[in-house]
Design a protein around this ligand. Structure first.
Ligand code: AMP
Length: 246
């Protein structure tokens, strides 16, 4: 639809429509984009690149939960210990957060899900929500070698002020240990310690990875993208091509 000019819409639409007031024409872009893959596969990085290009929001359950913990909210108190241990929090907690978030006006044109769904129960809830909203869904599965993941996550540093991610080897800050943007001392996320990383990978293997079959059974468009060796920009270019496929 993108290549169609505005004129094409003028001809196709009913005469009563005020074209200056009408919402932008729909494109064939997927409106529900699920970024799927183990922790450290680059879902957060790719989401941020996609937000810029597609103009739809990133919905990261990990970020939402961390925010609840930081602000000392009731949900945060409930989930904090599990998150520190690298264990998945209860389905009903994340399902409710996502349901509320999807109802926000900025998600009306579409959204990028990062870190959700992670269990069969979450996937079923999501499919119900998407069906109700009539969403076109695409799942991008980021495939990354586990040794690469462990190296990435153990080297990961984050700015406690702006959330910018760095990596000691692949994306170091200009001054070691200091955020380029905020000048704040970088920290290691509690769950980026090696024993917790292993726990998170185990949770992925046992509870999340099987969803690949679930998505296939449900007839969702699912693409595997090799994200082990290439730069984030190169991975992003591959994703862009896939999601623009009619
Ligand atoms: P993430 O930043 O996506 O790796 O998430 C960090 C932690 O938040 C996970 O290890 C879980 O404890 C929790 N979490 C995030 N998303 C979910 C989810 N969809 N289901 C259950 N727990 C989640």
């Amino acid at each position: 639809m993108q290549k169609e000019s505005q004129g094409a819409y003028r001809v196709a639409a009913p005469a009563s429509v005020d074209y200056n007031q009408a919402p932008p024409p729909p494109t064939h872009l997927p409106l529900a984009l699920i970024l799927f893959g183990p922790p450290g596969s680059g879902k957060g990085t790719q989401s941020k690149l996609l937000v810029k290009t597609l103009g739809i929001p990133q919905i990261s359950t990990g970020d939402m939960l961390r925010d609840h913990v930081r602000r000392g909210l009731a949900v945060g108190t409930k989930v904090e210990a599990k998150m520190k241990a690298g264990i998945l929090v209860k389905d009903e907690v994340v399902n409710r957060l996502v349901e509320e978030r999807l109802a926000a006006p900025d998600a009306a044109r579409g959204f990028i899900l990062d870190g959700y769904p992670r269990t069969r129960a979450q996937a079923e809830t999501l499919c119900g929500m998407l069906a109700a909203k009539g969403r076109d869904t695409v799942v991008i599965h980021l495939v990354v070698d586990y040794n690469v993941i462990i190296a990435r996550l153990t080297g990961r540093r984050v700015c406690p002020v702006c959330g910018t991610l760095y990596n000691e080897t692949s994306k170091p800050p200009k001054v070691p240990g200091v955020c380029d943007l905020e000048g704040a001392a970088l920290i290691v996320r509690d769950d980026d310690r090696e024993e917790v990383i292993r726990q998170r990978l185990e949770a992925y293997e046992s509870q999340t990875r099987p969803l690949i079959d679930y998505f296939r059974e449900k007839g969702k468009r699912l693409y595997d993208v090799d994200a082990s060796q290439e730069t984030p920009e190169a991975v992003f270019r591959k994703i862009e091509v896939l999601i623009r496929k009619p």
